[in-house]
Design a protein around this ligand. Structure first.
Ligand code: GDP
Length: 321
């Protein structure tokens, strides 16, 4: 898994502190400098790594020794809190429309990031009742008797095919839509995407769908045409969410892309795909710190059920090991 190497290196750093009987300026300095190297090796954004290290150091140095708590436990707690913090704290749920219009979720991203796949995965996720998890990623009330988590209400989802430039995109969405049991609204390739989205939303309302997921066009690179089109769609059909689909394998590029899209069109969050791959994981730690926007979901495989809500606390625990 993506964090295995970070986790094993952090365990090594903690071992050096574990050997000490208290946290001192020296052993903290040594640990945080090692930590900085591990983070940069994992392709965490430079500024994010620096601010994490600075915060951990300040808190660890200021920490009073607590009886019965060993220095490494104290250090782990500080590190955990800071990791959670840079990833955005609590989970960021998907919005619901506050009006009688269907909820509109626009998916944007570069070609190959996994946007079309994410659209279908998200449809399946929202159509399926989910056990609501608390912020730590545990089922609310625990798993004991009588303590089952509460279930979310399944949504009625319509997928809208608005990528009119890539010839196979509409077919691909239709195939995936069928696989997840979700209707796909399409008007072919010769229609303005703004009209497709407007009519798709009107159709959804007429047919009793409560949520519309729009697969917008992807390009090889960020260009003016891509941004202009997204802006036009956004203005014509105010969406409840604009989610940027980014590929974790691109490391901190994913975070920078999120920043660019947010500055240019305004987004509400990111879906980080391919986190199952052999990536260095830096993007999961960098997106929020660089762009100010949360990761809402992560893709962890090609299968339609391989989409998970992003829980900063769970991710921080995974990183610390
Ligand atoms: P788009 O051009 O952004 O619409 O990208 P696609 O949805 O066509 O995905 C590109 C490729 O990435 C496909 O082969 C997908 O199966 C694959 N893919 C998408 N998400 C994931 C993921 O979370 N994990 C893995 N391993 N592969 C993924």
């Amino acid at each position: 898994m993506v964090f295995d190497s970070i986790t094993s290196k952090i365990t090594g750093i903690l071992d050096t502190i574990r050997g000490a009987d208290k946290l001192t300026a020296e052993n903290i300095e040594e640990a945080v400098q090692e930590m900085r190297k591990v983070l940069l090796d994992a392709d965490v954004n430079f500024q994010v790594a620096n601010s994490l290290v600075k915060a951990v150091k300040e808190k660890a140095v200021g920490e009073r020794r607590i009886d019965n708590v060993n220095p490494s436990q104290q250090f782990v707690k500080i590190l955990y809190d800071e990791l959670v913090d840079i990833m955005g704290g609590d989970e960021a749920p998907i919005a619901t429309s506050a009006t009688d219009q269907p909820t509109v979720l626009l998916l944007a991203g570069l070609q190959g990031a996994g946007k079309t796949t994410a659209a279908a995965k998200l449809a399946l996720y929202l159509q399926t009742p989910q056990t609501r998890l608390d912020a730590s990623g545990d089922a609310e009330g625990g798993e004991g008797e009588g303590g089952k988590g509460t279930m979310t209400k399944p949504r009625k989802v319509l997928l809208v095919a608005a990528d009119v430039y890539r010839p196979a995109a509409i077919d691909q969405l239709q195939i995936l839509g069928e696989r997840v049991g979700c209707e796909v609204f399409t008007m072919g390739q010769d229609v303005d995407p703004v009209d497709i989205v407007k009519q798709g939303v009107a159709y959804a309302k007429e047919q009793g769908y409560d949520t519309v997921i729009v697969d917008t066009a992807g390009r090889q690179v960020v260009d003016d045409a891509l941004m202009a089109e997204l802006k036009r769609i956004k203005e014509a059909v105010p969406p409840d969410e604009v989610l940027l689909v980014v590929d974790a394998m691109t490391g901190q590029e994913a975070a920078l892309l999120t920043q660019t899209f947010n500055e240019q069109i305004g987004i509400s969050g990111a879906i980080l795909t391919k986190l199952d791959g052999d990536t260095r994981g830096g993007s999961a730690l960098s997106v929020r710190g660089v762009s100010g926007k949360p990761i809402k979901f992560v893709g962890v495989g090609e299968g339609m059920d391989k989409l998970e809500p992003f829980y900063p606390k769970r991710m921080a625990s995974r990183i610390i090991g």
